[in-house]
Design a protein around this ligand. Structure first.
Ligand SMILES: NC(=O)c1ccc[n+]([C@@H]2O[C@H](COP(=O)([O-])OP(=O)(O)OC[C@H]3O[C@@H](n4cnc5c(N)ncnc54)[C@H](O)[C@@H]3O)[C@@H](O)[C@H]2O)c1
Length: 250
């Protein structure tokens, strides 16, 4: 097993048309990666030289088709895999419908597993090292009554990340999670738009009183994906201004 990533590794980012995903695509492109974004949303032409495929991460066939198309396009498997696609459906454990519960776990947990597993299998088949980053959340750490399914999915993702780190460590595939707090974009950006006033109360709740810029998340993902990281696996990089150090979130 070679330990070093290719000089210009191929990177795939699920949910790559979203705010964190797209910022990560630009950051990894800057770092010299060939980048493919997969997203359930249809894309207009991307003019940054970035490969795109429509994919539903909760559907195994669709995920496999994405990885096949990436290999065809770049001529090698993706050695950097960012499992980033996510959704939030607000609801408590008592009020959530079964459909919302299943959809939330299907994208955030099962979808991330399918993305990481499919990518890792291609690397194992090619005897190549790699980097997998799960985009988790502070919500994995502290119960939040309005986001029961999302929090449960992200908590599951944390254990999946550690488990895959153990399974793949001796194959040179490092697996880590990033856990952002309140990002001023993407899923929380949408909620802030729908419920004005929430952004300032969210900011007040964070120990360092800041919402997180999407670029800082992307830079931190790129850090975890770097071939310079040789011994970091099974870790969670908390990027939450101290939010998860608090005891309660409601
Ligand atoms: N924004 C935040 O405050 C925040 C905080 C912590 C963690 N996160 C995590 O960051 C990740 C990215 O979220 P974001 O904030 O950029 O939101 P976003 O809505 O901008 O991006 C999410 C992307 O995932 C895509 N997606 C949804 N379902 C999919 C599916 N079935 N298959 C493929 N793609 C699908 C969406 O189309 C969208 O482009 C998520 O995993 C989210 O849980 C976000």
């Amino acid at each position: 097993m070679k330990q070093s990533l290719p000089k210009n590794p191929v990177a795939v980012i699920s949910g790559g048309l979203g705010d964190i995903g797209w910022a990560t695509a630009l950051e990894l492109t800057k770092a010299g990666c060939g980048v493919s974004v997969g997203d359930v949303e249809a894309s207009a032409d991307l003019d940054e030289g970035i490969h795109y495929q429509q994919v539903d991460v909760s559907d195994e066939v669709s995920v496999k088709q994405w990885f096949t198309s990436v290999e065809k396009h770049f001529g090698e498997p993706a050695s950097v895999i960012v499992a980033n696609a996510g959704i939030v459906v607000l609801g408590s454990a008592m009020s959530a419908s079964l459909a919302d519960w299943q959809r939330t776990l299907g994208v955030n947990l099962t979808g991330a597993w399918l993305t990481a597993r499919t990518g890792a299998q291609r690397l194992l088949d090619a005897n190549m090292p790699g980097r997998i980053v799960f985009v988790g959340s502070w919500a994995a750490h502290a119960p939040h009554v309005k986001m029961a399914a999302y929090s449960a999915a992200k908590a599951g993702l944390r254990m999946l990340s550690k488990t895959m780190a153990l399974e793949l460590a001796d194959q040179g595939i490092l697996v880590n999670e990033i856990a952002p707090g309140f990002v001023d974009a993407g899923l929380s950006g949408e909620i802030f738009k729908e419920q004005p006033g929430l952004a300032s109360s969210a900011r007040a709740m964070v120990p360092n009183k800041q919402l997180i810029d999407v670029k800082e998340v992307a830079e931190s993902i790129a850090y975890l994906c770097s071939s310079k990281r040789r011994n970091m696996t099974g870790s969670t990089l908390l990027l939450d201004g101290g939010l998860s150090a608090r005891r309660r979130m409601d």
